[in-house]
Design a protein around this ligand. Sequence first.
Ligand code: GCB
Length: 620
Amino acid sequence: MARVQRTIWSFRSLYRGCCVVLLCCFSATFAVAQKPLKTLLVDVDHRAATSLDGDWHYLVDSTGRNLYSATGEVRDNGYARNERPVLVGERNGSQEYDFSTAPTLKVPGDWNTQDPTLFRYEGVLWYQRDFTYQPKPDMRTFLHIGAANYRSYVWINQKRICEHEGGFTPFDCEVTGVLHSGNNFVVIAVDSTRLADGIPGLITDWYNYGGLTRDVSLVDVPMAFVDDFDVHLKPGTMDSLAGYIHVEDATEGTPVTIRVPEADLVATVKTDASGRANFNLSAKKLDLWSPESPKLYKVQIEAGQDRLTDDIGFRDIRVDGTRILLNGKPVFLRGVNAHAEAPYRTGRVSNDKDVEAIFGFLKEMNANFVRLCHYPQDERMTRMADRKGVMVWSEIPIWQHISYDKPSVYAKADAMLHEMVRRDRDKASVILWSVANETPDNSTRTEFLKNLVVETHKLDSTRLVTAAILQPDNPGKTKKLTDPLAQALDVVGVNEYVGWYSYVPEEVDDIGFELPQKPIIISEFGAEAKAGNHGPKVQRWSEEFQLDFYRHNFAMLSKIPQIRGYAPWVLMDFRSPTRNIPVLQDGFNRKGLISEDGKRKQAFFLLQQIYKDGTYGKAE
Ligand code: GCB
């Protein structure tokens, strides 16, 4: 994709002058971009919930005319009534849809890999399912959707409930008072159409899987409930905890208790007028979370009628000069990139089996780190990372070009950032929040992303902020990174494809880099190989070429003193709409170390050995 990007960049540079003028008008607006106001539940996988996963009826709306009026307003065109067509005696026509006799799709799951006729479908699809429910007195109920790609519109029992934009983060729609005792139904229109003003934008190097791709459930909570909390090691200490609990709709002075029974910790504090209660806890000794010892403690929270438990690790992550310190000790990140492509079956990762297979590969490779590219992935992934001791880079889907000049797009990025951080701030494994991947170096983009970096630090001061920057391939043997975005980051991700998109592997050993004096993660480097395709090492797409690429790249990169981590591109072959060489690619980006059906390529074993021996990785 680096090639596509270069074309976009040179095109954009023509407009740089105009952008400066535009920036003057927009930079002030970024700062006041609207915050998402929706309540977002956290720790949902530890709450009692009624799962709505399973079979949902679906109807394809290929022109989208049942969802959007001619002027673009959202309506349901009768679909939300979930009626049946009248076959006899109807004089004025009747509804021309019928969910009850329609086929079904599994939720969670993308639609593309469930029905061959939907494989290339991008557009509106209507989902419907019936369910029984018993509303509980003095409780509030939310419909929780783990993720739906890309825009969703929700009706329950004919009432329009909510809508959401963004394909990779959760959202919650309040349905208190809308559910009946007994039979109910939900209708959700999901539109996977890519948008010029969407995030990501129109082009990606991954497949645009549509649908209700993650779990759907109904969650009952008391009238006042914990909607956000954070428990972390108090900065500068290894034996004290600090944080806050936010109780939605709490009256001021509501007592909130937090306990960590195994560490003998308990504190009761009171909410302020905004519903927030800050706390501090002093422990004698805590077993800190690390890849070698991924210790998780049971944490219990009581706030009014609400009870919540979680499994949380405590660890400190910080930067010291060009070093990354985990619990005060320099650490080297032996990692790899992983898309949310399901091993063996392909499609979007959506269940425990997919996640176990991916973590099986990571462990086999001796990785202690994974970059979950290029969007927030299923919460099962970060939970598993917590349990398995794998450090995580988590990213919002700002990939290459989006409409950086539009305040409305900034508001979308900001919402996705909030949703990502709120969902995963309880995961010790997540050490890096990434605001973007390979974005064009111009002032409009820089202003946009710097604002997001500031916002990320405000949201979470306990983690490091990064972004993947494409290493410019300037002429000559020294490649200099000049992108000003790097100055705003704690850790700089550098993507480079020297030896694949430029040069041949044996030319790269003496190439040098001028990189910022900050911890650097080589966040992408890789070459394509079709599993089982063998030939001399100069033959592109052979396993031998890919292996040779990595040998020479390590020789080249190991001269950079401030490298603190490697993330080869990529763990597994993944579907991409832009990879069109028959036989070699067949619609897959083949830079995987493992094929989509689980075949380890030669380069996989090289990485496995390098990570085992600690060759090349210096923590300081
Ligand atoms: C990149 C992108 C990644 C692509 C990769 C490639 O620079 O960040 O999303 O898939 O290159 O294979 O070209």
